[in-house]
Design a protein. Structure first.
Length: 180
């Protein structure tokens, strides 16, 4: 924790005071000898680095992050890095999490029983299911999974390929153990 005197640019302690740090400032009463002091909490686990990008690319990136309601480029870049790290977990058959989503005709002969049987066969990686009636004929099934990536892909492929399944997708996620 550092105290910064804004009426005099001196800093008690050695720190580079940045705009990002300024957003984490709170007024700290009382004043010491008439000098307004602020408390700044420095996050030592953050690292700054520079990135050089083409002007047109940065314009497009800024428009994208604005459309996605990011507060700043740093948060958007952190999410892009996390996304790639999650893909790496999947590609390296790490323990992952995800959701299999199916839309199917529940009137299709034996389809519901096949889906239930497959879920029982993979009960070690299926941690939850939710069944929703969309209308008289169609159901939505959301299956939460956690396990080795290859096993999750296997059960997703088996379920999506069943006759009567109109739509199936796998949403890849992470257990979050190795993300910051």
């Amino acid at each position: 924790m550092l105290f910064i005197n804004f009426s005099n640019p001196s800093v008690i302690g050695a720190v580079e005071f940045t705009l990002e740090a300024r957003s984490k400032i709170k007024e700290t009463p009382p004043k010491i000898e008439g000098i307004l002091l602020y408390e700044v909490i420095i996050m030592s686990n953050l690292c700054r680095f520079g990135v050089s990008l083409d002007k047109e690319l940065i314009k497009k990136f800024d428009a994208l992050i604005k459309a996605k309601n990011y507060n700043n480029r740093s948060e958007a870049i952190r999410d892009l890095i996390r996304q790639e790290l999650v893909k790496k977990e999947w590609n390296e058959n790490e323990e992952i999490a995800g959701a299999i989503t199916l839309v199917y005709d529940h009137h299709k002969r034996e389809l519901v029983n096949k889906i239930i049987d497959i879920q029982h066969d993979f009960q070690k990686i299926i941690i939850s299911t939710q069944h929703i009636h969309l209308d008289h004929n169609n159901c939505l099934e959301i299956i939460a999974v956690k396990g080795k990536a290859k096993e999750v892909l296997k059960v997703a492929d088996i379920l999506k390929s069943l006759k009567g399944v109109k739509y199936g997708t796998l949403s890849m996620a992470t257990t979050g153990k190795d993300l910051f």
